[in-house]
Design a protein around this ligand. Structure first.
Ligand code: DWN
Ligand code: SAH
Ligand code: ZN
Length: 404
């Protein structure tokens, strides 16, 4: 394996063992062997990009039955509405603007653009969620974005003022083709804006469950700057975001086309002083993760031994790493409740825990609930206030194992 950005040598720093496809929820009774791969992470010795060491073929993850829905969180719906509003007021305020979103999912962001009557296109390979976007009035093409897709869009629709991707660019190992595609599609002074989990936040919070098949790259300002430079772009903006446990929104423009915000140098300096790409930091993270695993398993085993009732909350893609790395199955967490229709009635991949609808949570409340959707803690704890009032306790494992 060599770096998917610069072909440099990779140094491994964490290994989570064999893992299933995180969003491949299993139909009960299906006895076919589940696909698995080795989930391990390394850092490039040349460009510092942190990335997975093994790649899962994209069609195994993103297909007709891909279950995740962006609209499943009210905080995320508001987040994307605010982003759309801000783009409409700035980059998309000229004559006949055109915006392309990669990984538009169920259209949570683009529906606001469509409602404003602005030209747009979503590029979304997962057919089921793409259909949901179309049903909201979003124009969407069912395809993987890559250079050829970009050229087809450019030929049909002309250049884009903005190309946007949330929680999608970090899912795509074939980065050279993506950036050539952006180069082909973006107008000369257009911007490529993308937001993804931030490496520094993952290391600081030991949020190791951000590491799973779909999350191939773990970006930081330093590695993104280098990645951009290699393809003729420049990192001109960065903004830290509180969503999904800590993200950064990066803005790329063609080299020299835009003024570079001072925030870029500030973030680069912060990364240098925190040593986010030092091997010592990365190895320290790996050691901390092992402790988290041991403490979580000890807590859940103790609760089972004393006969306490436990449930999981949020059958996240992230939870696949937690469950399979820690060896947690239905004997420790008998079920997980989740609002996503396509996950309900199925079993979690690899670990075989039944997923039930949200009503299962209150019928009756368990004594303890593992909050696998910890990134939505505020929203969920507010919605489930009655659980705490009834004496229930949340179990969190990021940034450390604790009861709330
Ligand atoms: O990057 C990705 C992010 C954006 O979404 C994708 N690769 C896959 C997915 O990751 P995830 O599954 O870890 O994302 P979430 O947003 O943490 O998933 C939350 C889960 O919890 C969903 O299945 C919906 C569910 N949920 C719920 O049951 N009740 C969520 C909320 C807010 C709730 O109130
Ligand atoms: N943007 C949404 C969805 C994130 S999930 C949000 O932030 O909530 C990642 C999405 O990227 C999935 O819907 C998946 O189908 C899509 N995806 C994966 N590879 C892609 C590619 N090459 N081009 C466009 N979308 C892609
Ligand atoms: Zn590299």
């Amino acid at each position: 394996m060599s770096c998917r950005v610069c072909s440099g040598r990779l140094t491994e720093f964490a290994d989570f063992g064999r893992q299933p496809v995180s969003d491949a929820f299993v139909t009960p009774g299906d006895t076919r062997e589940e696909f698995s791969f080795r989930l391990a992470v390394g850092i490039c010795e040349t460009c510092t990009m942190v990335q997975l060491l093994e790649e899962v073929p994209r069609e195994r993850m993103f297909h007709e039955a891909y279950p995740y829905l962006s609209s499943g969180s009210s905080v995320m719906r508001e987040h994307f509405q605010a982003l759309a509003k801000s783009l409409l007021a700035t980059e998309l305020s000229g004559p006949d603007p055109f915006v392309v979103e990669l990984g538009c999912n169920d259209g949570t962001m683009l529906r606001s653009i469509a409602e404003a009557g602005v030209r747009h296109l979503g590029v979304e390979p997962s057919g089921g969620v793409a259909d949901l976007a179309a049903s909201k009035g979003v124009r969407v093409v069912k395809d993987f974005f890559e250079e050829a897709t970009a050229r087809r869009i450019r030929d049909a629709d002309g250049p884009a003022d903005v190309i946007y991707a949330a929680n999608t660019l970090c899912h795509i190992p074939y980065m050279e083709s993506i950036l050539s595609g952006v180069d082909a599609l973006l107008r000369p002074d257009g911007v490529f804006v993308f937001e993804d989990p931030y490496l520094a936040d993952i290391l600081e919070r030991a949020s190791f469950d951000q590491i799973y098949d779909e999350h191939f790259f773990f970006f930081a300002a330093g590695s993104v700057q280098e990645m951009a430079r290699r393809s003729g772009f420049e990192l001109v903006g960065v903004e830290r975001l509180p969503v999904h446990g800590g993200e950064v929104r990066y803005t790329l423009a063609r080299a020299g086309a835009r003024r570079r915000s001072p925030a870029v140098d500030e973030l680069l300096a912060a990364e240098a002083s925190a040593g986010v790409t030092d091997l010592a930091t990365l190895r320290g993270f790996a050691a901390r993760v092992e402790r988290t695993r041991d403490e979580l398993v000890e807590l859940l085993t103790g609760l089972r031994d004393k006969g306490a009732t436990v449930a999981g909350y949020g059958a996240t893609a992230k939870s696949a790493t937690v469950l399979n790395y820690c060896g947690i199955g239905p004997e420790l967490v008998p079920f997980i409740c989740d609002t996503t229709p396509a996950k309900q009635g199925r079993l979690t991949p690899g670990s075989g825990i039944p997923v039930r609808g949200p009503e299962a949570f209150a019928g009756p409340y368990p004594e303890y609930a593992v909050l696998f959707a910890w990134n939505h803690a505020e929203e969920i704890m507010a919605k489930e206030r009655a659980f705490r009032e009834a004496g229930g306790r949340w179990i969190l494992y990021v940034p450390e194992v604790r009861l709330v």
